[in-house]
Ligand binder design. Structure first.
Ligand code: BTN
Length: 319
């Protein structure tokens, strides 16, 4: 099935005969596979008598070899899955199986993509990036301080470099463009954070997705922002290289060296917001972040700091 998809990915017409010959099957077997492809992957195939079959839109498929070619030498090993429950879950399984970090897990689609606060991350086939980088941390808590915010900076730089000029950050680690979510980040940790542990930096980026009814919040994608089909292998290579640069800086100089840059990229600096923690809500004004990446809010004239993976921010109606 994936071989057929690879033949069709250019979005051009291919005759049933040529497809059958390339796959070593009959034309009716090609027809059956095409129907399966549409049902299974949610893809639309155009059939025109006398010309053959073509995908409604060309696809950029992931290929670990092409990621390596597009990137700098010595970048992290990449493992690509056609389908997985969650790249973060698989990364954690590989760590328990003894796989040496660092390494990257990518998937064409996730059947149980994980979002923050127990939410589901919608992950249609071959449209977006579902990326998990595993790092071994042996420098104690300092190496974890502000780490998710640093990942946000690397993602934002990657998006701006491919033409999403309005990309900016929302505390703690959402990346927005035109006030719509374009990327989400989920860090998961295993081991002892005060000693040696492994951290999975899970990144979802909406890349070529143009429609999706399942997503229950305002979203956009690189394609919607720039009008261009994005080569996802190049994008992975650029993301790897930005992550490497920011992670090096973070490891060498700590989060405080990136605090000002992060605040400059924060779209909600000075805004009136509500901080949500489960069913509790606290109103305040965003002052910025501290040296550890905690949110600084002015609440009833008093400055307070907040941190934790379960917190989220909303803009207040009166802001
Ligand atoms: C969020 O809720 O904003 C975080 C979303 C994180 C999604 C990414 S996709 C790759 C990685 N694997 C997962 O299961 N989740 C993260």
């Amino acid at each position: 099935m994936l071989k057929l998809l690879k033949l069709l990915k250019d979005g051009r017409f291919h005759s049933g005969e040529a497809l059958g010959a390339a796959l070593g099957v009959s034309r009716s077997a090609v027809w059956k596979q095409l129907q399966h492809l549409e049902a299974e992957f949610g893809l639309s195939v155009h059939k025109v008598r006398g010309r053959g079959y073509r995908l409604a839109a060309p696809l950029s498929l992931l290929d670990a070899h092409l990621v390596g070619e597009a990137g700098a030498d010595g970048c992290w090993p990449v493992q690509v899955y056609d389908e997985i429950d969650s790249t973060n879950a698989e990364a954690l399984r590989l760590v328990s199986a003894g796989r040496q970090a660092p390494f990257v897990v990518l998937a064409e689609r996730q059947t149980a993509g994980r979002g923050r606060r127990g939410r589901h991350w919608v992950s249609p086939f071959a449209q977006n990036l579902y990326y998990s980088l595993v790092l071994r941390i042996d420098g104690g808590m300092r190496q974890l301080e502000g780490l998710s915010l640093v990942v946000g900076l690397a993602v934002m730089r990657t998006l701006r470099a491919v033409g999403v000029n309005t990309a900016g950050l929302k505390w703690p680690n959402d990346v927005l463009a035109d006030n719509r979510k374009i990327s989400g980040i989920l860090l998961e940790l295993v081991g002892d954070p005060a000693d040696v542990c492994h951290v999975v930096l899970g990144i979802g980026i909406n890349v070529n997705m143009q429609s999706c009814e399942e997503v229950d919040q305002a979203w956009t994608s690189i394609r919607l922002q720039t009008g261009q089909l994005v080569d996802r292998n190049n994008l992975v290579a650029q993301l790897n290289s930005n992550l490497r640069a920011y992670l090096d800086l973070h490891r060498q100089s700590g989060f405080e060296s990136l605090q000002v840059e992060w605040e400059q990229a924060h779209l909600w600096q000075g805004c009136a917001v509500s901080l949500i923690a489960g069913v509790t809500r606290l109103d305040g004004t965003v002052l910025g972040i501290d040296k550890q990446g905690a949110l600084r809010l002015q609440v009833d004239g008093v400055e307070k700091s907040f941190s934790g993976g379960e917190l989220s921010l909303r803009l207040r109606d009166d802001s």
